[in-house]
Design a protein around this ligand. Structure first.
Ligand code: NDP
Length: 348
């Protein structure tokens, strides 16, 4: 059973060599009386929050990984054997599994059964239709995060001006498309010309810019938002948040979804413009998508229908083979991924 393990706790930005491939063993059936499932892992999700589990810190909302053990992560898998009446061999599930070929999953309350649908790729259950397990506040499920953050935190109105950072990523690309469907003017920032092109020509953003080419982020935002920003959906924190604060409209809203720049340790300057919250009466709120589970049925219907009607698209960056997982994960922190980063372990 091939596995990817964390070698030891890390400091700073993650590196490929912080993880290694190992051959482990797994019992190829679910033991009687265990209530467990034996699954074959098909697709694994790479998510920025996983960096927080690579340090030896127990005071967070989430436990650290155990060095030497396969990395725990979100995945789509096929049930091979079941000692649980709710699942049977052949079922597809999404939820917490491990970075290995086969996993014995004891905590089945974390799992969700996927109804196969020929028009929706299975791997989209890690991205576009990504939904968190029901018991833990984990920062990992892009689709529902975009939906909950945009509608519940941003209180959008038709015609408002929306700015999205890390806009071509797993969360950002859906936020921008939801905002367009809502009748907003939408601008995204991303870290390459290829991503900017994607935002404007495939994802339907009104405008997009490469923040790495801008020497003055404040000036860049003034260029795209001469009247100010009504809604900032913040995926990155750091210098971009600081510049956005200066450009918010009075009574603007900032949804703090994540701060990936903290994880890449590339932005040491800090935030200076928080006083804008006062002068502009801005509402700035962090959120975890798991607080909005009651909205899940609406999310599923809205996003599935919009996707099937061709009103939204979803871009994935898929690498092939379990051994590609460390590099794929590390790439999130330098912007190597174009769209939702997924690792294909097997295709059934
Ligand atoms: P992405 O697919 O967007 O991948 C991460 C992207 O972040 C990279 O591609 C890169 O894009 C950008 N990035 C990396 N380092 C930096 C940096 N130093 N400064 C600016 N941008 C950087 O990831 P997700 O869509 O999965 O996650 C986006 C955010 O949402 C993260 O902060 C994540 O933690 C958060 N999140 C929060 C949840 C919640 O419930 N609140 C749930 C899920 C995710 P680029 O080329 O544009 O630089």
């Amino acid at each position: 059973n091939g596995q990817v393990v964390l070698k030891g706790y890390i400091e700073g930005a993650p590196k490929k060599d912080d993880m290694e491939m190992k051959i482990g063993t797994v019992e190829l059936k679910a033991p009687k009386g265990s209530g467990a499932l034996l699954v074959k892992n098909l697709y694994l999700s790479c998510d920025p929050y996983m960096r927080a589990r690579m340090r030896n810190f127990h005071g967070s909302y989430i436990q650290p990984f155990v060095p030497g053990q396969p990395i725990e992560g979100f995945g789509v898998a096929k049930v091979l054997d079941s000692d649980n009446p709710n699942f049977k061999p052949g079922d597809f599930i999404s939820g917490f599994t491990c970075w290995e070929e086969y996993s014995l999953i004891h905590n089945t309350s974390q799992l969700r059964k996927i109804q196969p649908d020929d028009s929706i790729p299975l791997s989209y259950h890690l991205g576009l239709l990504g939904i968190a397990p029901f018991l833990r506040n984990l920062l990992c499920m892009p689709g529902f995060t975009a939906y909950a953050g945009f509608y519940e935190i941003c209180s959008p109105k038709k015609g408002e001006c929306v700015f999205v950072s890390a806009a071509s990523g797993a969360v950002g690309q859906l936020v921008g498309q939801l905002a367009k469907l809502h009748g907003c003017y939408v601008v995204g920032s991303a870290g390459s010309s290829q991503k900017v092109d994607l935002l404007k020509n495939k994802l339907g953003f009104d405008e997009a810019f490469n923040y790495k080419e801008e020497t003055d982020l404040d000036a860049a935002l003034k260029r795209y938002f001469p009247q100010g920003i009504d809604i900032y959906f913040d995926n990155v924190g750091g210098a971009m948040l600081d510049a956005a604060l200066l450009n918010m409209q009075v009574h603007g809203r900032i949804a703090v979804c994540g701060m990936v720049s903290l994880h890449s340790y590339s932005d040491p300057k800090g935030i200076h413009n928080l006083f804008c919250l006062v002068t502009k009466r801005i509402k700035m709120q962090g959120f975890l998508q798991s607080d909005y589970m009651h909205k899940f049925p609406q999310f599923l219907e809205h996003v599935t229908d919009s996707y099937k009607q061709g009103k939204i698209v979803y871009i994935e960056d898929m690498t092939e083979g379990l051994e590609t997982a460390p590099a794929a994960f590390v790439g999130l922190f330098s912007g190597k991924n174009i769209g939702k980063q997924v690792v294909c372990v097997a295709r059934e």
